[in-house]
Write a protein that binds this ligand. Structure first.
Ligand code: TXA
Ligand code: MG
Length: 322
């Protein structure tokens, strides 16, 4: 039996598996099996009020799982699916359970832009509910190895889809209200969505239900993360290295002074390369035992907006450490 056929069989039997997507790896369950969905929450250590993303095969499934006026959603789907855009829409409660949405009347849906994920959904004949395949609050996985390191003992199979092409979680836009709101920035930008919709995409006003990604501390490695102006990175790293083991996430391709004693994770290329490598870099510097990770703040353009968002959450104070 191929790995793909085994994955489908496991999902049918109510198991939870690791699944590659173009953004990050997911922890997937058949949305129609409550016990399987419950396992996703328990394996991840995620509070049950925090809703999951439902992954569809294609745009034609929108009307099966969502209700209400879908014209705006269809326009975005045509422009960006398969791809890294998640839409929040009113759910059809006969198809999407309370368990998946944490009791909300809305559901998050997207069509992943990864052939392995699509083949699994096609084989199952139903959507999979999948959060990122990391423990709650931790760094999202962008390789099969990352998933195995975090959750390998808790899942029977992690499919291999290579390193995720994008490397940051999908953009989330809320279309369940009259106006459109950006709940999480990602590879698809606010400007791109706004252009297709022909209306502004507003900042989340906190009126709708909070998304867990919006908790202050999230995407956090074990090390403390300190952000710096690009021009100050080496100076700051030198000062911190007097007291702690320091890692530098050299996202923007500058070279360190020769006499500096720090661990280095270098990324060559622009903002897209930085997005692709961010989580791998945080994980590697953690694994090297760094107590502090210093990173430059990328420019707020294109995927830089999402990078700054994730770095900011990784650097936010941890309530659990109080
Ligand atoms: O790229 C991605 O979106 C990845 C891959 C696996 O598809 N998934 C992912 O899932 O990042 P997760 O669970 O880590 O993040 C899902 C986000 C959370 O912030 C959650 O609160 C929000 O989606 N969300 C889900 N359903 C929602 C709803 N009905 N209303 C508002 N936010 C919702
Ligand atoms: Mg996540």
């Amino acid at each position: 039996m191929t790995e793909l056929a085994r994955a489908v069989e496991l999902l049918r039997a109510g198991a939870v598996i690791g699944l590659p997507t173009e953004t990050v790896y997911g922890l997937a369950a058949d949305i129609a099996q409550p016990e399987a969905v419950r396992s996703v929450f328990s394996i991840k250590g995620r509070p049950s009020g925090h809703p999951l993303i439902v992954h569809l095969l294609d745009e034609s499934w929108l009307g099966r799982y969502c209700t209400g006026e879908l014209a705006r959603a269809r326009r975005l789907a045509q422009a960006f699916w398969p791809g890294p855009l998640t839409m929040i829409l009113p759910r059809d409660p006969s198809q999407v359970s309370d368990l998946v949405t944490g009791g909300l009347d809305t559901v998050a849906v997207r069509v992943p832009g990864h052939p392995v994920a699509l083949e699994v959904i096609r084989g199952l004949g139903r959507p999979v509910a999948a959060p990122s395949a990391n423990r709650f609050g931790g760094v999202s996985p962008t390789t099969r190895q990352h998933v195995l390191a975090d959750l390998g003992s808790d899942v029977p199979l992690v499919l291999d889809g290579g390193a995720c092409g994008i490397g940051l979680e999908s953009t989330i836009v809320d279309l369940s209200r009259e106006r459109a709101y950006l709940l999480r920035p990602g590879y698809v930008t606010r400007e791109q969505i706004s252009e297709i919709l022909g209306e502004p995409v507003l900042d989340d006003d906190g009126y709708g239900p909070a998304a867990p990604g919006t908790l202050e501390s999230h995407y956090a490695p074990a090390a403390r993360v300190v952000l710096s102006e690009a021009s100050q990175v080496w100076e700051l790293a030198r000062a911190l290295a007097r007291r702690s083991k320091v890692g530098v996430l050299a996202l923007l391709g500058t070279t360190p002074p020769a006499d500096l004693d720090v661990e280095l994770y270098e990324v060559r290329g622009g903002l897209e390369a930085a997005a692709h490598e961010l989580y791998a870099g945080l994980r590697e510097l953690d694994a090297l035992g760094c107590e502090v990770i210093v990173s430059p703040v990328p420019a707020l353009q294109g995927i830089g907006v999402a990078l700054v968002d994730r770095l900011g959450r990784a650097a936010a104070p941890r309530s659990s450490s109080f």
